[in-house]
Design a protein around this ligand. Structure first.
Ligand code: HEM
Length: 787
């Protein structure tokens, strides 16, 4: 008997890891929760939509098309298999006879450390089964960094320990879930499926508690924002803090309920189309339409603002460190989720677009964990963290520590300072420099670098003026007061100039977003969490990608064209902004060139040529957006319609019960791309809706965006319009000075320009005339600012 049990146990282990028989797969799948489908069905559906991407000369695990396991055979292309988490596999029938070894990539939770300045976590490839001779075991490293697109998103050393803790905990959490499932003899999918449904903004599943992070202690008498956004809310000091998980408005729709990206329909019978296929069908167009009212400053303010409120770090890695290459060697790692490029792609030659999953996160302060979450690497509040950084160390590194000023850089001290890491950008001439700013993405395009530069220069003008009227103030006081004023002006520009043209008057009113024209506005509610929610970063606020044009430009003092470059030439190349007249000329171009209309089409510069390298490798931003939503487990379009109390679609027509907020053309393209309206990705459907009256987005994105902007306003203890907190409030006179300020005023004050259009975000016209800078609002720091 004893012997029998042992044998049984051994047999079970063997079955799991070594001796898997393809014939058992249907039964195994049923046990694992993939009900109602046979292997053949599954294989067929995967066959239709998946391609195999990498070729190998030896037997090894090399690639995956979406986050899972893969198998390669000598001289054959790689095949992606099923989730490592459940320790089982699927294979395409045609390879059965020839397959040798299948590996499992499993993170080793105890191995989180910093290497070469970035967080790395160890993973191990274990043999799952073998039907042949070769067998090797491999080890590699996963690292968590801010981003892998040309190292834009470098982790500040100050945050490395935090990332390490967080990632270790997140890996622990996912392992706990797996173990729990094994102990109960059920799959994690079933355990978490119901619980995941309740894992919304406030609740998450609680498995085990071994907290190692302390909730920050708050000094209630400190009058300024902390550098990392902690203690904005005294009752919840981590709300809105950098390096914390992004809350969710809706439960995630992961394939396995807790970790694996959404690649299947809700009933798990359909495989979703490749993100690039969707992009080719829905987001491709001959030429994007220009907006008739809005200038490029709307696009540029959107991106600059985005970099104030959200940065979602990715997991990176490779055997020897460096960015994860999911189309080239790292594809077997569970953190890879590359995008399949169809054979008949109109632009790309290859079959695979690199895509790395966002780093896993959990609420490590409350030690709650459940389905995989993603983290915000920067502060959530609209607080100028893109100017001042999101950690104490980063803030300190940006300051001169004299007179409250921020550092500036060559050639004339009117540009961003030199980044200590000169490998994060491309240089046209040796005298160019990679720029340093509060957010790591400032080199992405020159017009973004321009916005950053303007606000650093503006800060310095503000503190100079404060110093002139407050002679007793030291560097710290000047810096913090300047920072407080600049953040308030950024909030005002956002709610007074940007949001009204994006959301239109009705939504502004319904969500109480319109700034008061006089007096105070005391809507602060300490029960509101101001943290940037997952769907805002991964979907709705990406609507701005549709506004990006193929050109980066510079205009002369008389606003005629000066330097016009294709956007792909300017990615990660700050040359344009570092010209003597770069900031002025680009600001003029942004104010007078039309933004592209928010619609389903993304221009070629971002849809085919994003981050083009000298080697001719580029990405598709629409496909990345779709894939990112799936990576984060964002539910489909219909679920967001429900969230927003809007009708859902049961057919692809535009009549009642269908896609009522789409044109016939957009609806029919969605039908071509998807099998069922429930499958439609939120980015794709959201960006292609009709605009709401007076706005630049459709009703679904308007609701999702307004929900977030309401939280930024109501949940911010430092909201600029408040009067009811004597510690943080501006005086009535100061508030009225802040309300006077406009983006045009900031541009004029920060540069040597003579004139600018009054409403920088609107195209020139009868109600938007060019004005002398002398006649535009100025922040003078007289009277009201003398203490
Ligand atoms: C030249 C202009 C722009 C470029 C090249 C660009 C590029 C990118 C890239 C490469 C990503 C990461 C994609 C991924 O792997 O998931 C991203 C993320 C994002 N972008 Fe843009 N973008 C631009 C403009 C904008 C604008 C105008 C907006 C908003 C109005 C915007 C909002 C966002 C948001 C919210 C994210 C997610 C950020 C995060 O969670 O880390 N972007 N963008």
């Amino acid at each position: 008997m004893e012997n029998g049990r042992k044998q049984n146990h051994r047999r079970q282990k063997k079955w799991l890891y070594h001796d898997f028989r393809p014939a058992d797969l249907p039964t195994r799948l049923l046990q694992l929760g993939y009900t109602g489908r046979t292997v053949d069905d599954y294989s067929k559906s995967r066959n239709q939509t998946d391609g195999c991407v990498s070729t190998s000369t030896h037997t090894s695990a090399v690639d995956s098309m979406d986050q899972k396991l893969c198998l390669t055979l000598p001289g054959q292309t790689g095949i992606r298999l099923l989730p490592h988490a459940e320790q089982y596999m699927l294979t395409l029938p045609r390879f059965r006879r020839r397959q040798r070894v299948v590996y499992i990539a499993s993170p080793l939770k105890e191995t989180c450390e910093i290497r070469n300045g970035v967080y790395v976590g160890k993973y191990q490839l274990r043999k799952l089964f073998d039907i042949g001779a070769d067998y090797t075991e491999k080890q590699g490293w996963l690292r968590t960094s801010r981003h892998n697109h040309f190292n834009d998103f470098v982790v500040h050393p100050d945050n490395q320990a935090l990332i390490r803790e967080m990632c270790a905990k997140a890996m622990d959490a996912l392992n706990d879930i797996r173990k729990e499932a094994q102990m109960e003899g059920r799959t994690a999918f079933w355990i978490l499926r119901d619980q995941a449904a309740t894992d919304t903004m406030d609740k998450s599943v609680q498995f085990k508690t071994n907290c190692i992070m302390d909730v920050p202690a708050c000094d209630r008498s400190y009058p300024y924002r902390s550098a990392d956004g902690s203690c904005n809310n005294f009752n919840h000091p981590t709300w809105g803090m950098a390096m914390t998980p992004e809350p969710r408005l809706l439960a995630p729709a992961y394939d396995d309920g807790y970790d694996l990206p959404r690649t299947l329909s809700e009933d798990r019978f359909r495989k979703l189309p490749s993100a690039r296929v969707v992009s080719n069908i829905v987001h491709k167009g001959e030429q994007s339409l220009e907006d008739t009212k809005l200038s490029q400053w709307v696009m540029q303010w959107g991106q600059f603002l985005d970099h104030d409120v959200v940065l979602t770090p990715l997991t990176e890695g490779s055997m020897g460190g460096g960015a994860l290459e999911c189309c080239n060697g790292d594809g077997c790692l569970s953190e890879c989720f590359p995008i399949r490029i169809p054979e008949d792609d109109p632009f790309f030659n290859g079959t695979c677009m690199n895509f790395v999953r966002s780093a896993p996160a959990m609420d490590f302060f409350q030690c709650k964990h459940g389905p995989r979450q993603q983290m915000n690497g920067i502060t959530s509040a609209i607080d100028g963290s893109n100017v001042y950084g999101s950690s104490q160390a980063s803030q300190d590194g940006l300051r001169t520590h004299e007179g409250g000023r921020l550092k500036t850089g060559p050639p004339n001290g009117e540009h961003l300072p030199v980044n200590p890491d000169q490998t994060v950008c491309r240089k046209s001439v040796p005298s160019d420099h990679c720029q340093l700013a509060g957010d790591g993405r400032s080199n992405v395009v020159p017009s973004l670098g321009t916005a950053h530069t303007l606000f650093v220069l503006f800060h310095n003008r503000v503190v100079e003026r404060l110093a002139a009227v407050n002679s007793g103030w030291d560097d710290e006081k000047l810096f913090q007061e300047g920072r407080r004023i600049v953040a308030a002006i950024m909030q005002h520009i956002t709610y007074n100039e940007y949001l009204p043209v994006v959301l239109g008057p009705d939504v502004m009113g319904d969500f109480t977003l319109t700034p008061s024209s006089s007096g105070y506005s005391d809507q602060y509610d300490p029960n509101v969490n101001l943290a940037t929610v997952n769907s805002f970063g991964a979907a709705s606020f990406r609507f701005g990608h549709s506004q990006v044009s193929n050109i980066q430009g510079n205009r002369e003092e008389d606003f005629s064209d000066n330097d016009m470059r294709d956007v792909e030439e300017t990615y990660h190349n700050p040359n344009m902004v570092l010209q003597d007249d770069g900031v002025d000329g680009i600001s003029r171009w942004l104010a007078t060139d039309a933004s592209l209309k928010t619609d389903r089409v993304l221009d070629k510069g971002v849809r085919d040529l994003l981050f083009l390298t000298e080697d001719g490798v580029s990405l598709d931003l629409a496909a990345l957006n779709i894939q990112r939503g799936r990576d984060h487990g964002l539910p489909g379009y219909n679920k967001w319609r429900e969230f927003c109390n809007l009708s859902t679609a049961t057919h692809f027509g535009t009549s009642a019960g269908g896609l009522v907020d789409h044109t016939d053309e957009a609806a029919s393209l969605l039908e071509e791309a998807y099998e069922d309206p429930d499958d439609i990705d939120i980015f794709t459907a959201g960006v292609s809706e009709h605009h709401i009256a007076g706005g630049a987005v459709g009703p679904t994105f308007a609701c999702m965006l307004a929900t977030q902007f309401k939280a930024y306003k109501l949940g911010d203890r430092f909201w600029y319009e408040r009067s009811d907190d004597s510690l943080t409030a501006f005086t009535a006179g100061q508030l009225s000075d802040i309300r006077e300020m406009t983006l045009a005023g900031v541009i004029c004050q920060s540069t040597g320009m003579d004139s600018m259009y009054e409403h920088a975000m609107l195209l020139p016209g009868n109600s938007n005339q060019k004005r002398d800078c002398a006649d535009l609002p100025k922040f003078l720091a007289e009277g009201n600012w003398q203490y």
